[in-house]
Write a protein that binds this ligand. Structure first.
Ligand code: FAD
Length: 395
């Protein structure tokens, strides 16, 4: 056990047990006991007023990580172009690199993709690590993990960021396991701790009820994924070309064990809410398909798309690709019109990037009003038709 109790200091006060998020401490006979649920998170150590807890980790000196330098962004290629999330991460990465006083670099894997290095430079990368090989023409878990791991071992970056896309969600955990690193998935905020230089990785935790900031002080690179749309898109600038560092690719037979057999285009009409300028979203307050039909009319009148809460998705009033929030999409429209939505933290996580939030709710204390730029306290079945009526006179 890496966390233990110093018995002659423990008073059995129970503060540590109350603080432990995993229920890993029990008080028996006026003494704290740590059980197998302990994850060594260290929360109890900070809570104990009597210094009656200790851990292995606390006593181990921090390793010298000064040789790890640079903020890397994995440049995901989708249909021959850079994925938008990679560009968003370059914008965020540039800020982190400036705070660290280090370079912003991109890692580009594929075949015939060298031309994309210019795009990466235009979005801030000063150096592009390029692995161009016929074996990388299609994404393959093992081949990509091998090449990326080789690059990380050879060049030792301090930070590695990836998009939380289907590809990123497959590749990032594979790489972190291969290199024995930590990985913080679905971050909503990234910053540099000025004192230690550690990456502060913020994400919702415990069902979205708290925002946790995670640090990885003992290993490098610090790996994090971010969902598309969470960070803003930086402006493209014409500037200095990036230095391209070519990496020789040598794949092994086993790297081809997972192969792409075929691609099948989605047959249903796909919607992409991440690009919508206006979203009219509904929740339980819409009461059913009828309420959503009303919102769809408003969305059409505003040239926007229909979205909704998880409740609306679970009830079958909207399709899953229209769910907004922590387990749905993150959107950044100009206008987000929330109708009959309470504004639970898990929903707000997906819409806070909107330029304007307008909320319609009949409960004046609804949490959505705390984040709304304009609040309409009223019954949506009266407010929405009134809005449509008012729109009739507008071009
Ligand atoms: C791990 C986890 C992940 C989650 N992920 C998501 C997610 O991605 N997205 C998401 O949305 N939720 C998510 N949730 C669920 C979330 O916690 C809330 O339960 C959900 O967002 C509530 O949806 P709602 O606002 O539609 O319903 P409710 O909370 O029931 O709110 C309905 C609102 O409608 C108002 N209302 C009722 N009638 C009217 C009317 N006639 N006119 C105007 N207002 C009216 C009410 O006053 C109320 O405020 C998640 C939860 C967990 C635990």
């Amino acid at each position: 056990m890496a966390v233990w109790i110093i018995e002659d200091k423990c008073t059995g006060c129970g503060l540590c047990a109350k603080t432990c998020p995993y229920g890993a401490i029990a008080i028996e006979d006026k003494l704290a006991h740590v059980n197998e649920r302990c994850t060594e998170c260290g929360a109890c150590l900070a809570a104990c007023k009597f210094e009656a807890l200790a851990s292995d980790l606390e006593q181990e000196p921090l390793p010298d990580l000064s040789g790890y330098r640079g903020v890397w962004v994995f440049a995901e290629v989708q249909d021959g172009a850079l994925a938008q999330v990679s560009l968003e991460l370059l914008g965020e990465g540039a800020r982190l690199a400036a705070d660290l006083g280090q370079d912003l670099c991109a890692v580009l894997l594929g075949h015939g993709v060298a031309g994309l290095a210019a795009d990466l430079a235009a979005f801030g990368a000063t150096r592009v690590f390029l692995a161009d090989d016929p074996g990388l023409v299609e994404y393959s878990t093992l081949a990509y993990a091998r090449v990326l791991a080789e690059l990380v071992r050879a060049h030792a970056p301090a930070v590695l960021l990836m998009g939380a896309t289907p590809l990123g969600r497959d590749l990032a955990p594979r790489l972190s396991r291969r290199l024995d690193l930590g990985l913080t998935a679905d971050c909503t905020g990234l910053a540099i701790d000025q004192e230690t230089g550690n990456l502060l990785q913020t994400r919702p935790a415990f069902g979205g009820n708290v925002m946790a900031t995670i640090v990885t002080p003992r290993v490098r690179p610090q790996m994090a994924t971010v969902r598309p749309g969470v960070m803003g898109l930086p402006t493209r600038r014409a500037g200095t070309p990036a230095v391209v560092v070519r990496h020789p690719v040598v794949l092994e037979a086993n790297d081809g064990l997972v192969r792409l057999l075929a691609r099948q285009a989605r047959t249903s009409q796909a919607v992409d809410l991440s690009q919508a300028r206006v979203i009219v979203a509904g929740g339980r307050g819409c009461r059913g398909a009828g309420g959503f039909a009303l919102l769809a009319e408003l969305a059409q009148a505003l040239g926007g798309e229909l979205g909704g809460t998880r409740v609306a998705m679970e009830e079958g009033w909207i399709s899953p690709e229209r769910q907004i929030g922590q387990t749905g999409l993150t959107v950044r429209p100009e206008l987000y019109l929330a109708c009959g939505i309470s504004g639970a933290i898990q929903h707000r996580a997906g819409c806070l990037g909107a330029r304007y939030i307008v909320a319609v709710n009949r409960d004046r204390r609804a949490p959505i009003f705390q984040v709304a730029d304009y609040a309409i306290a009223g019954d949506l079945f009266k407010v929405v038709p009134a809005l449509m009526e008012a729109l009739k006179g507008v071009d």
